[in-house]
Design a binder for this molecule. Structure first.
Ligand code: NAG
Ligand code: NAG
Ligand code: NAG
Ligand code: NAG
Length: 432
């Protein structure tokens, strides 16, 4: 009886090996969303302990080290970024979400983009399917806004542009989620799928299960966690296809999907970089807006003056009724004369105005060596370099988290690897 299964297992193994190579169309092994239960045995893996071991000697290292044998619980201070495990798992998939949940994330993120039939799906960008799924190597690649173009001999990079709005929900659901990236030298669609940075991994990139937003709600509700959907900026002119699907209808749909699923708005932290979306919720869905998170990267341009303008504009947001702001984490800290990390002018002003603060994203940029070399490329970067210049070892992550938690007073921190924040929160008492 047992032996009869051997050929089946061998065939499955062979199929898996092919998938790793080319990520073909989703196979039969669709993950069931049903039957997911609450995760009570939180597991953090070796990374938090590695980070503590890497800290310079001092009281913080001693305190964090003293928790090494404690058991860990989920906490809302630990907010999943793109599922909470996209350091190693394909972002915005069931697998990233389950791994982030296993690592104690108490609030789960789905970045929300719409399909051609106006259904919501979880994708970081409306037009990132060519980088985060296997679409170019499937027949759906022909439907892309810009189908795959190979690299040419004269040095022109390979390219494609594939948007959720190019596909119906049913089509989207046939795709495999993969690690974010692409191969600019690719001459074939299959080669274009490769491009994962060396400090991430393709170990789990074996056809990630992509999600409709409604499935995300069902899954996260079943896990007993809170929700932080981010309404992404539309990448096509609105109203979509010249019809009645306006930006306002798009913003309304987000509140509607939680209401229709029977989710109390106290469990939802809707986010957007688009002030227009937050303003819409403030005017039309005040209960939904109460925990709305205004994502702020307005200080990224214009050097120090641009940053001070972002600080000054916090008053505008407060007056408009915003309760929670979420800048990138380097906005919240600076260095004092002794090279200690301290709260920045942004952090001090937000606190003075009574704004709550969430920040993003820890564990995004790889080992510090890579951060120093590549930094946050493309961002003119007074404030990123202030912080990165002060960090010399991996363990400095916890120096930063400690200032954010205890001095800036953030409500929570988004992370690509939830374990890192969960460990700090459990050890230092930031549980909610
Ligand atoms: C390189 O080749 C591509 C395709 O063959 C062509 O579209 C492009 O204009 C060329 N670029 C240059 C700089 O010659
Ligand atoms: C990128 O594409 C080129 C050309 O198709 C191929 O030779 C190369 O091996 C690819 N790189 C990776 C990492 O797959
Ligand atoms: C403040 O932010 C709002 C909304 O994003 C924007 O319209 C306004 O121009 C900003 N004000 C300043 C002074 O930058
Ligand atoms: C960070 O270090 C680089 C390289 O030494 C330097 O050019 C830059 O000015 C520093 N940034 C800040 C804000 O001190």
């Amino acid at each position: 009886m047992l032996f009869q299964h051997v050929p089946v297992v061998a065939a499955l193994l062979a199929a898996t090996a092919t998938e790793v190579a080319a990520l073909p169309k989703r196979a039969q092994q669709q993950q069931s969303l049903l039957g997911k239960h609450r995760v009570t045995n939180v597991e953090l893996g070796p990374r938090p302990y590695y980070l503590v071991d890497n800290m310079a000697a001092g009281p913080l290292k001693d305190r964090l080290g003293a928790c090494s044998e404690d058991s860990m619980r989920p906490t809302k201070f630990s907010i999943s970024h793109r599922g909470g495990a996209c350091l190693q798992f394909p972002e915005e998939t069931v697998e990233s979400l389950m791994a982030g949940t296993r690592m104690g994330a108490g609030i789960q993120e789905c970045d929300v983009a719409f399909t051609k039939d106006r259904q919501f799906v979880c994708r970081h960008d409306q037009c990132d399917l060519h980088m985060t799924t296997n679409i170019v190597a499937t027949e759906l690649g022909a439907k892309c806004t810009k189908p795959f173009t190979p690299a040419s001999a004269n040095g022109t990079a390979a390219s494609a542009k594939c948007c959720t709005s190019d596909l119906t929900l049913a089509e989207f659901k046939t795709l495999c989620g993969k690690m974010d990236g692409f191969n600019a030298s690719a001459t074939t669609p299959e080669d274009f799928l490769h491009g994962t940075p060396g400090w991430r991994t393709d170990l789990y990139s074996t056809c990630g299960t992509v999600l409709a937003h409604k499935e995300f709600i069902e899954l996260v509700d079943g896990l007993g966690l809170d929700f932080t959907p981010e309404l992404k900026a539309p990448a096509v002119p609105m109203p979509f296809e010249g019809g009645d699907y306006t930006f306002e209808a798009y913003a309304q749909q987000l509140a509607d999907e939680y209401r229709e699923a029977g989710i109390d708005f106290s469990r939802v932290y809707p986010q957007s970089f688009q002030f227009a979306a937050v303003r819409y919720w403030l005017e039309h869905e005040p209960k939904f807006a109460r925990q709305a998170v205004l994502l702020d990267e307005s200080g990224d341009t214009g050097g120090a003056a641009g940053f001070e303008a972002a600080v000054a504009n916090l008053t505008f947001y407060k007056d408009a009724g915003v309760n929670i702001v979420a800048p990138p984490l380097p906005y919240l800290v600076e260095l004092d004369a002794e090279n200690e990390i301290v709260p920045s002018s942004y952090a001090i002003e937000a606190k003075r105005l009574g704004l709550k603060i969430i920040t993003w994203s820890l564990e995004r940029s790889g080992p510090l060596a890579a951060i120093h070399a590549a930094g946050q490329k493309g961002k003119p970067d007074y404030y990123y370099s202030t912080f990165f210049n002060a960090t010399t070892r991996d363990g400095d992550i916890y120096r930063l988290v400690d200032v954010l938690a205890r001095e800036v007073g953030v409500m929570g921190i988004f992370s690509d690897w939830s374990a890192t924040v969960t460990y700090y929160a459990n050890c230092m008492g930031f549980m909610s």
